[in-house]
Design a protein around this ligand. Structure first.
Ligand SMILES: O=C(O)CCC(=O)C(=O)O
Length: 345
């Protein structure tokens, strides 16, 4: 067999699961990644758009987060009455806020982890900014799967610009409704999203069916199989989908998004509580709007895509509100009307 280089192998020979790097005791003691692990992490991130990282968060911190967030997730779910309170159009997955006003849950290795930051900075460049803090819940005993999508309802840059960090608060596998990822989709497709109509300026999150079917032949999506406490880094351009959770567990992962320094400040930032500012800004900047704790708590668990008083995701340049600086949103990813995948045809 010839020794075929990884990067020139056909996509179909590449694994469906993302690669994994594990922090060694020597790296932990030195406070930094070895050169070899850093190189491996960058190769995997650029190849797959997703990377699993083990050994960077204390498992007792993960258990504490799980214990505190599980009852809140149940309560939030019980209060939901409308589809707009769920994510991606199915009443199976929803967003909740991590409990950022509980100082006993503000762990450095979760919100200010230098090992994680250094991987993200190697990928996005220096001076990363926290852009979003949330959590994804897959409700137990559910049947529906989300459509394959990118969390990007706008014409996004064609270079790494936001990395999402998920911390898995239980074992993630097909039984517990782990996320399906389409490794490599971040850099092999660009004009792949559906537009609500030909004259719409911004697409919706969904990936078009023919892009999906073409890619399925090359390197199909697969659900991750990873233990509790793993950190998953995802280039936001990577296709993925929330899946049915067959178990009795409330499957939760926290999410923190980091943006590249050159990514514009959103005109409307996500709100966060003032008491969490010191930890969130310990080593990175933020693009968050800090408000008094009591004010944040009054809407933190009210996620609803149509209620104006609900918690809001940051606005997106080139779609709803332009940029905070008022500058024009530009990207090479321009698309002619006739090239758009129109939802109505
Ligand atoms: O919870 C998951 O596994 C993924 C959910 C997701 O992709 C979403 O809600 O946009």
């Amino acid at each position: 067999m010839p020794n075929v280089n990884m990067l020139t192998r056909p996509q179909s020979a590449l694994p469906g699961q993302p690669g994994l790097i594990t922090l060694s005791p020597e790296e932990k003691a030195a406070g930094k990644w070895s050169r070899a692990n850093l190189q491996r992490a960058m190769e995997l991130m650029h190849r797959d758009g997703v990377l699993a990282v083990a050994g960077v968060v204390d498992i007792d911190h993960v258990k504490a987060l799980r214990e505190a967030m599980d009852p809140v997730a149940r309560k939030v779910a019980a209060s939901k009455t409308k589809l707009s309170q769920f994510n991606q159009g199915f009443a199976t997955n929803f967003l909740m806020s991590p409990l950022l006003t509980n100082k006993d849950l503000l762990f450095d290795d979760v919100y200010a982890n230098r090992f994680v930051h250094s991987l993200i900075e190697a990928y996005l460049g220096p001076d990363i900014k926290i852009h979003l803090c949330t959590a994804n819940v897959a409700m137990p005993r559910t049947q529906d799967r989300q459509r394959v999508h990118k969390d990007l309802p706008w014409i996004h840059p064609l270079a790494p610009f936001i990395v999402n960090l998920n911390l898995l608060l239980c074992d993630f596998n097909e039984h517990t409704g782990s996320t399906e990822f389409w490794c490599g989709s971040h850099n092999t497709t660009a004009w792949d999203q559906v537009f609500p109509s030909k004259d719409a300026g911004a697409p919706i999150c969904d990936v078009a069916d023919d892009c999906l079917e073409a890619r399925r032949l090359e390197r199909p999506g697969s659900q991750v199989d990873l233990p509790m406490g793993t950190v998953l880094l995802r280039d936001l351009r990577t296709w993925h989908a929330g899946m049915p959770n067959h178990s009795d567990e409330w499957r939760i992962m926290t999410a923190v998004e980091y943006a590249a320094s050159w990514y514009p400040e959103p005109a409307r930032k996500q709100k966060a509580p003032l008491s969490a500012k010191p930890i969130l800004e310990k080593y990175t900047k933020t693009d968050l709007d800090f408000v008094p704790d009591a004010e944040w708590e009054s809407f933190a668990q009210n996620w609803d895509f149509v209620d104006p008083k609900a918690m809001k995701l940051p606005s997106v340049p080139g779609a709803d509100e332009g940029t905070a600086e008022g500058g024009e949103w530009v990207t090479l990813n321009a698309i002619r009307e006739e090239e758009k995948y129109d939802r109505k045809v």
